[in-house]
Design a protein around this ligand. Structure first.
Ligand code: 5AD
Ligand code: FES
Length: 354
């Protein structure tokens, strides 16, 4: 029997819980739901950051168009194929191509790359390209893309408007895009940041409840990490005024709570132990995420020279490590907690609801 029932109020109580012993029960419950519903295998997804150009002005993100200090790059088709080949050699089942919202990535150019990857490799293809049009999403789906990631960042609309300015007069509606992705047959992923200034416990509880209501196939969450090269990091953005007792801290512990609660309300989802979590606890963030609900890791396979320029936030874990180093490191970390590495594409499970 899968445990799914938890009200928004209960979720908020867990987010505010101060009793360490009770929290141990939360970790155990999430770990047990994870074991029962998605098993002991950890899926590895090779992350390829194909372009750091972005048209957006997200106030939290280092790739925003206003960051003139960032040197921009876009990988070539040949470079992408070479990296896809390496992902196959590493034995990872998926390539995740991620970029800023870069309209220099032309619809057909990317569609041809996807088609070729699907013809020449056994890889599942995941895209994370921002808020692209329905037609773009349709073309890339027809080209063979399996999955798409688009984080909500927060479901609190007032906060979202402060941190994610619209593009021209087109209002940003990520829930609508998530619906379109589902309609197109993508496995659909979303998620939020934890501890954005102005984010309340109640809104974070609602985010987690929304993951369940959207029946997401993948949910990625990580702590907000301040970037001094962004408007939010420089304190030049005002977010909704909330009392300090309502503000969610951008801590490791809060992140584990969100991972654990997400697993409990979305038992079958694929949930990564994220790089942001590994960044704030380099020693054991990855393992603790995996032990408290996660079942996916996304090792970075971007060539190191580009990787350094994909600076969403400072001090990213594995910034100077090669893909080979990460592969060995992750294999050891996964083995150290008694888990095994999955083979194959690692689609979302659909357990019968009995
Ligand atoms: N801290 C943590 N995560 C961030 N992201 C963007 N900027 C930051 C930051 N400063 C996350 C967003 C985005 C994903 C690619 O990275 O959630 O969707
Ligand atoms: Fe990259 Fe450990 S995962 S060095």
């Amino acid at each position: 029997m899968l445990e799914q029932e938890m009200s928004v109020q209960e979720i908020e109580q867990w987010l505010r819980e101060r009793d360490e012993v009770k929290l141990t029960q939360l970790w155990d419950r999430a770990d047990s739901v994870r074991r029962q519903s998605v098993g002991n295998e950890v899926h590895l997804r090779g992350l390829l950051e194909i372009s750091n150009y972005c048209v957006r002005k997200c106030t939290y993100c280092g790739l925003n168009i206003g960051n003139r200090k960032l040197e921009r790059y876009r990988m070539t088709r040949e470079e992408i194929f070479e990296c896809a080949g390496r992902i196959v050699k590493f034995g990872y089942g998926t390539v995740v191509m991620q970029a800023g919202e870069d309209y220099g990535i032309k619809t057909d150019w990317l569609a041809e790359i996807i088609e070729q990857i699907k013809i020449e490799t056994p890889l599942a293809v995941t895209l994370s390209m921002g808020e692209r049009s329905f037609n773009d999403l349709k073309s890339w789906r027809q080209a063979g893309t399996d999955r798409y990631l688009l984080r909500l960042e927060t479901s609190d609309t007032a906060l979202y408007r402060c941190i994610h300015p619209d593009l021209g007069n087109q209002s940003s509606d990520r829930i609508k895009i998530l619906d379109q992705l589902k309609e197109l047959g993508y496995e659909t992923g979303s998620g939020v940041m934890i501890g954005i200034p102005g984010q309340t416990y109640q809104s974070l509880a609602r985010d987690i409840d929304l993951f369940r209501r959207l029946d997401l196939d993948m949910v990625g969450v990580g702590p907000y990490i301040e970037n001094p090269l962004t408007p939010l990091g420089k304190d030049c953005v005002t977010t909704p005024a909330i009392s300090s007792s309502d503000q969610v801290p951008c801590t490791e512990n809060l992140t584990y709570r969100v991972v654990a609660l997400t697993r409990i309300v979305c038992p079958e989802a694929n949930i990564p132990s994220t790089t942001a979590l590994a960044t704030i606890n380099r020693d054991s963030g990855r393992e603790l995420g995996l032990s408290r609900g996660a079942n996916v890791v996304m090792p970075n396979v971007t060539p190191v020279d580009y990787r350094r320029k994909y600076e969403i936030y400072p001090g990213k874990a594995c910034l100077n490590e090669t893909a080979e180093v990460c592969q060995d490191c992750l294999a050891a970390r996964i083995a150290s907690i008694g888990r095994s590495i999955a083979r194959g594409p690692g689609n979302r499970k659909h357990n019968s609801k009995t």
